[in-house]
Write a protein that binds this ligand. Structure first.
Ligand SMILES: [Zn+2]
Ligand SMILES: [Zn+2]
Length: 125
């Protein structure tokens, strides 16, 4: 996967993903399902058309949420024709910049304000 702009994968390395495309959008979700899924108080994701992301390695899934069955890392969500890559799986930092937040009704009050353009009380339209 050398040469791709975005590469990422799970903690153990059995699941890998790569794309040369820019994400369609990048967001942060504070919803309860994402909190539970990632075991973190918010989730940052980069959305791509699923045709531009190459995934190698077997994933297990819980609904649309795919994870590595060996190490348990959440790697992406598959929703319709889109793939939401968990920004924390990317190999380099500062590759993606969120422009919106969803489910801010569940946002931790101790978090500082993030420099996003849109904040949605619930889901993003
Ligand atoms: Zn793994
Ligand atoms: Zn969510």
């Amino acid at each position: 996967m050398e040469g791709h702009y975005f590469t990422g994968g799970c903690l153990c390395g059995k699941v890998r993903l790569a794309t040369d495309a820019e994400p369609s959008r990048v967001g942060i979700c504070h919803c309860l399902d994402c909190r539970k899924q990632y075991g973190a108080v918010f989730y940052t994701f980069a959305v791509f058309p699923d045709t531009v992301v190459t995934v190698t390695g077997e994933t297990a899934h819980y609904g649309f949420r795919h994870f590595c069955p060996v190490c348990g890392s959440s790697v992406f969500d598959k929703r319709g024709s889109e793939i939401e890559v968990n920004a924390g799986t990317l190999d380099s930092d500062n590759l993606v910049h969120p422009t919106y937040e969803t489910w801010v009704c569940r946002r931790e009050r101790w978090l500082p304000a993030f420099p996003v353009d849109h904040r949605y009380e619930h889901d993003h339209e």
